[in-house]
Design a protein. Structure first.
Length: 264
């Protein structure tokens, strides 16, 4: 099994170390996008929910941010501290889950959950927790599995799985976890949540986020050449063109901004 098909929390030290480079590139890209919708200054406190071995947190520390990692796996947290020591940095990682983040109200500038939300038991609770710990003007960004695109990496050997009815998806995931765990990377928490644009926006607004952005809103025109810029402008024309793009591009990502007058 390649590292790509293993549950992220089960990566070895060597696998985690080998992924620092791609996490540095991802950190640079993501911070650029988030800073475009709500400024993230040097020293801003960024929380990664489901940080695994802390690769992204380490990259954020290198960029001058105050990074905190939240992770339920004790073994992953142990490797995160080893990886931080190897990279000569001091990493703040804490045991916790998305639905119960061990941080104070209005104490953070951004919350990041990369391919984590599809695995949590209580999505609404996770969104409320992100809102709770964010300062006014803070950003909650998450990427997750999509119900729109037929291509996905959550499970092998089930064509067009994203289009199955949710009840059937859950039954299959439960059976696979018990009988065919290699199909879900041997994770004990396979995906149980999938998102459409309207579901993501509705849930973020219900949690209190007044301003919501999808991945096409967040992408920067400066990230690519003329063909990329032309395609991005075409995708942004209307909700229908965004839907077509979501149909052919795997996954999804959204950001919610906690406005200055938002109430807890």
């Amino acid at each position: 099994m390649t590292p790509e098909r293993k549950a992220r929390e089960s990566f070895s030290f060597e696998e985690s170390l080998s992924r620092l480079g791609r996490n540095r590139r991802f950190a640079n890209q993501l911070i650029g996008r988030l800073d475009h919708i709500s400024s993230l200054s040097w020293g801003a406190k960024i929380v990664e929910v489901g940080c695994a071995q802390g690769q992204l947190c380490i990259c954020l520390l290198e960029r001058g941010f105050n990074a905190v990692g939240i992770e339920p796996s004790a073994e992953a947290l142990k490797l995160a501290l080893q990886l931080a020591e190897h990279e000569k940095c001091v990493l703040d990682v804490r045991e916790g889950v998305a639905e119960c983040i061990p941080l104070a109200d209005r104490s953070c500038d951004a919350v990041i959950a990369s391919n984590v939300i599809e695995h949590v038991i209580d999505v609404e609770g996770a969104f409320r927790e992100a809102f709770r710990i964010l300062k006014p003007g803070g950003i909650f960004w998450f990427s997750a599995a999509s119900s729109i695109c037929p291509y996905q990496k959550e499970i092998d050997s089930f064509p067009l799985f994203a289009w199955y009815p949710k009840a059937l998806k859950l039954r299959i995931m439960d059976w696979v976890k018990r009988k065919k765990p290699h199909l879900v990377g041997h994770t004990q928490t396979p995906a149980i949540n999938w998102f459409t644009p309207w579901k993501a926006r509705r849930m973020l607004r219900k949690a209190g986020f007044a301003a919501v952005y999808d991945r096409w809103d967040l992408r920067l025109l400066s990230e690519g050449g003329w063909a990329y810029r032309l395609a991005l402008r075409a995708i942004r024309l209307c909700s229908l063109t965004k839907l077509v793009a979501d149909l052919v591009c795997e996954g999804c990502a959204y950001a919610g901004v906690k406005t200055g007058d938002a109430e807890q």
